[in-house]
Design a binder for this molecule. Sequence first.
Ligand code: FUB
Length: 322
Amino acid sequence: MKKARYLVPDLYTADPAVHVFNGKLYIYPSHDVESGIRENDNGDHFDMRDYHIFSMDDVDGEVTDHGVALDVKDIPWAGRQLWDCDCACKDGKYYLYFPLKDQTDIFRIGVATSKKPEGPFIPQDAPMKGSYSIDPCVFEEDGSYYMYFGGLWGGQLQRYRNNKAVECGHEPKDDEPALPARVAKLSDDMLEFGEDPREILILDENGEALKAGDHDRRFFEASWMHKYQGKYYFSYSTGNTHRLCYAVGDNPYGPFTYKGVILTPVVGWTTHHSIVEFKGKWYLFHHDSVPSDGKTWLRSMKVVELDYNEDGTIKTIDGGEE
Ligand code: FUB
């Protein structure tokens, strides 16, 4: 499969997190809706209210919509805005992690559980203790589950330092280290952080931390982790420069060294993805706003094959021309 394929023509879907469960691909996307809210840098127009989960036996095959798996009205602590989610499986139970603003308009990360990968999911009564910001993704290795998270601007990450809310949230100066994504191992019961979240350091080719002013390379949102040939690939969106980039490290906590661009800008403002191996090939799931004629808040997810060079670097995909 060398040409990208849109996956769901009848719903707007974005931020696809994809996993192989029970031999099938399961897709956990955001479900975009026309909110009527004017577009702004805070992302208020992304006013999503539920999640649908999709599955596929094959990347080229039929996409099954399993219907509403979780609705904001069923989440006891809900304020507004269900953003990018992800799912993990442990001991035959499925855990859906989602960012949602609480009733004070602060993003927290919630958990909902199910016996099936497609749900329905039952939410916990409260968000994860100590959670903040957006875009959780979960990477499993040897029975340990690591959650990566964080997002700038509307994702509120700039409001935190050392896992504490600061009085006045702001981004660092251009020549200061960029704000980092976070990672934390999950607790054994999968419902809380099992340790304090740590900062993800991304280094340049000289071993220096990427600077806040390096908008072409610094982390903005949309974390994903995958492992390829023994190395850990931390990938993310650069937000206002609209790239999907990656950095490589020797363990799940990093540090990671910046390596390059996975996907050049797509039509739309946001770019978001997951990378998954299925039946011996690697795939990039992502989204763009082509089907909605460029409406940034009405996105459509798609999939394209992803290739590596012999040295383990990823071949850049042209977001404008797939
Ligand atoms: O879908 C809402 C937000 O847009 C996500 O949480 C971000 O990653 C961006 O894709």
